[in-house]
Write a protein that binds this ligand. Structure first.
Ligand SMILES: *Cc1c(COP(=O)(O)O)cnc(C)c1O
Length: 399
């Protein structure tokens, strides 16, 4: 490093620290389509890392929809939605998503991350307060910070603590918004949406749920967490993603028409970042078609989740509070987790080790994601490899 670069010394120090603490992320290269099996760094492995819950990311109908959209609409939107980027395709998708989810209106944006940047700031700002679950997703946290509202964290999935925090803080602010993940992406547990709604409603606090991991997964035929709890029309705003179970890419802000219309006027990612491409939009439409036609994929996903979680638990692994196809295998130590993930990969199973800051210090884990694209034989193979590596590393006892 030359002397003139001494101003960048802090970066080298920070990278060295991440490496020393086993927190440096090594990014693997995918060399085939997202599916139950994938070629990763030149090796064919069982894919337990994907959010492609229903196997739609490489589904023939999705591919065809994207190809046809390119032929008709071209490749790029070349404009933001509010200038020349709103095509008939976008509007059709929004109509179909609203009908699928049973809400008054829906706004399609570029990603789930963007949806949170878009939806929060129009509703609350300086002088307002956000009540946020301790384990909310980074995009909720960033969207909340961008809004300028005061952020009050309540304990994870704890409506009583949420109410105590509302009673304590709300009087000092103009208005409040409660935000929770629907399914928590690192633990696979489900927010107690019914009780959170009661608490918020009682105190006149607006409600928002980010259903990124529930969209296409929870509820009847994958209609999401609000459907799962039968809370239609109650939650003010539902955030979703089309980048996970829907197999394409995009985000959605759904809910009461008054609010969605308002967000259309105000949301900065909607006003200042280009529209989603025709290919992605058409693929999302094909995903809605597939979900409305049949519940088979969602049913298979859940059967697989139960089967895999049982298999791992029977071996003696701690799967934390998982209630969904997200199955954490809790290991605690970051170095052990890294070694475990590497050994799994060598044995042909791709499952990501996750550590701080994505999860709290000391709660490192392997996150196992199963999908409808996995067969029983795939899951059996996965469990066998977990057994072998778990015994080798002393996580479970042999027997
Ligand atoms: C994955 C995720 C997002 C981001 O969605 P993208 O479409 O990938 O940007 C947002 N919120 C939650 C809770 C998520 O799990």
């Amino acid at each position: 490093m030359s002397n003139t670069d001494s101003k960048l010394q802090f970066i080298q120090e920070e990278i060295a620290r991440l490496q020393a603490e086993n927190l440096f992320i090594n990014i693997r290269t995918m060399e085939s389509a997202a599916d139950g099996w994938m070629v990763v760094d030149g090796k064919r492995v069982l894919n337990f890392c994907t959010n492609n819950y229903l196997g739609l990311a490489n589904h023939p109908r999705m591919r065809r929809a994207a190809q046809e959209a390119i032929d008709r609409w071209g490749v790029g939107p070349a404009a933001v939605r509010t200038i020349a980027g709103t095509t008939a395709l976008h509007l059709e998708l929004e109509r179909r998503l609203a009908a699928f989810k049973g809400v008054e209106d829906a706004l399609f944006v570029q990603s789930g991350f963007n949806a949170n940047q878009a939806a929060i700031a129009p509703l609350v700002g300086k002088g307002d307060v956000i009540f946020s679950d301790r384990l909310n997703h980074a995009s909720i946290i960033d969207g909340s910070r961008l809004s300028g509202a005061k952020i009050i964290v309540y304990e994870h999935c704890d409506p009583a603590d949420a109410e105590a925090k509302i009673q304590q803080h709300l009087p000092q602010y103009r208005r409040g918004l409660l935000i929770t993940d629907g399914v928590f992406s690192m633990d696979g547990d489900i927010a107690p949406l019914d009780r959170l709604y009661e608490v918020a409603e009682k105190h006149g606090v607006m409600t928002m749920v980010d259903d990124a991991h529930g969209e296409g997964v929870l509820g009847k035929g994958g209609r999401g967490i609000v459907d799962h709890f039968g809370l239609h029309g109650r939650f003010d705003v539902e955030i979703g993603t089309l980048s996970k179970a829907f197999g394409a890419v995009g985000g959605v802000i759904a809910g009461k028409k008054l609010i969605v219309d308002f967000i259309r006027q105000k949301a900065r990612p909607f006003l200042f970042s280009s529209a989603t491409t025709p290919a992605d939009t058409a693929a999302c439409l094909a995903a809605v078609d597939l979900l409305e036609e049949s519940e088979e994929l969602v049913t298979r996903l859940w059967e697989n989740a139960v089967y895999l979680r049982d298999g791992l638990q029977k071996l003696g692994f701690d799967t934390g509070s998982s209630q969904t196809p997200i199955i954490p295998v809790m290991l605690g130590d970051a170095a052990l987790t890294k070694r475990f993930s590497r050994r799994l990969f060598e044995e042909g199973v791709f499952a990501m080790g996750i550590g701080f800051p994505t999860v709290p210090q000391g709660l490192a884990r392997i996150r196992v994601m199963n999908t409808a694209a996995h067969s029983r034989a795939d899951l059996d193979l996965g469990v066998d490899v977990f057994a072998r590596v778990g015994r080798e590393l002393g996580v479970i006892t042999s027997g």
